[in-house]
Design a protein around this ligand. Structure first.
Ligand code: DC
Length: 230
C-alpha cells in the first residue's frame, strides 16, 4: 500500500522529450502530470500580450497577481488555462519560445511558480517535469530523472513537431533557439538547470519512446519494492 504521496521529478534540457516520458509515466501509473514549462510559457504569453517590460520588476510582480493558471487533464494530455482561457497551443509558438528563458530567469516569477508547483504536488502522486524540480521544487522527490540528448537530434524532433503544426520555421532557427535556451537555463542565477546528485541520467539520443519508458518503469518498480511502497 502506498502511504505518502510520490513525486517523480523529471528535469533536463529543452526538447529532450521530457513531457512525452512524463505523460507516458503518468498514464501508466495513474499519476497526475504537471508540465511546469507550460506555466513559465503562459506567464511569458501574458507579459507579451500586455506589453510588460520584463526588466520592470514592479510591473512583473503586479502582473503575477493578475495571472491565474490552471491545469486540466483530458486523455492524459495536460491543458493549461491562463485566466480561464485555454492557451496550450499558443504557448508552444516560437514567439513564446524565444522569450520564455528570459522570463523564467526572473526571481519573482520563479518564486511564484515554485510555490504553486509545491502546492500541486503536496498531496497527490505526481509526475512533474521542468528544470529545477529535483533540485528546488521537490528536493526530496522519491524518483528523479535527468534527461539529455544530442542537441541536433533535439532540434530535428522539435522542428518536425512545429512543421507538423504548420509553423513557418527553419531547422537552423530551432537549433539556435534550443542552444540559446540551454545556455540561459544552465547559466541563470536563479535555480539554474543542474542534475541533482541522486538523479537517474537518461540520454535518449538513441532510444525509442518505448525503450526509455521501460527503462524508467523498471527503476521505479525497483524503488517502490525496495522501499515497501507497493
Ligand atoms: O519545458 P519547456 O521547454 O516548455 O520550458 C520552457 C522554458 O521554461 C525553458 O526554456 C526553461 C523554463 N523552465 C524553467 O526555468 N523551469 C522549469 N521548472 C520549467 C521550465
Amino acid at each position: 500500500m502506498r502511504s505518502k504521496n510520490i513525486v517523480i521529478a523529471i528535469d533536463g534540457y529543452s526538447s529532450c522529450g521530457k513531457s512525452t516520458l512524463a505523460k507516458a509515466l503518468a498514464k501508466k501509473l495513474h499519476f497526475i502530470y504537471i508540465d511546469t514549462g507550460a506555466m513559465y510559457r503562459a506567464v511569458t504569453l501574458y507579459l507579451q500580450r500586455n506589453r510588460i517590460n520584463f526588466e520592470d520588476v514592479e510591473k512583473v510582480e503586479q502582473a503575477l497577481n493578475d495571472i491565474h493558471l490552471n491545469f486540466h487533464s483530458r486523455d492524459y494530455q495536460s491543458h493549461i488555462t491562463l485566466n480561464g482561457e485555454e492557451v496550450s497551443e499558443e504557448i508552444r509558438q516560437m514567439s513564446v519560445s524565444e522569450q520564455v528563458s528570459e522570463v523564467s530567469a526572473i526571481k519573482a516569477v520563479r518564486r511564484e511558480m515554485v510555490k504553486q508547483q509545491q502546492r500541486m504536488g503536496k498531496s497527490k502522486h505526481v509526475v512533474m517535469d521542468g528544470r529545477d524540480i529535483g533540485t528546488t521544487v521537490f528536493p526530496d522527490a522519491q524518483i528523479k530523472i535527468f534527461m539529455t540528448a544530442d542537441p541536433k537530434i533535439r532540434a530535428e524532433r522539435r522542428f518536425k513537431e512545429l512543421e507538423g503544426k504548420g509553423e513557418v520555421v527553419t531547422l537552423e532557427e530551432v537549433f539556435e533557439n534550443i542552444a540559446h535556451r540551454d545556455y540561459q537555463d544552465t547559466t541563470r542565477k536563479e535555480s539554474p538547470l543542474t542534475r541533482a546528485d541522486d538523479a537517474i541520467i537518461l540520454d535518449n539520443t538513441d532510444l525509442t519512446e518505448e525503450e526509455q519508458l521501460n527503462f524508467i518503469l523498471e527503476k521505479i518498480k525497483r524503488f517502490l519494492l525496495e522501499n515497501h511502497l507497493e
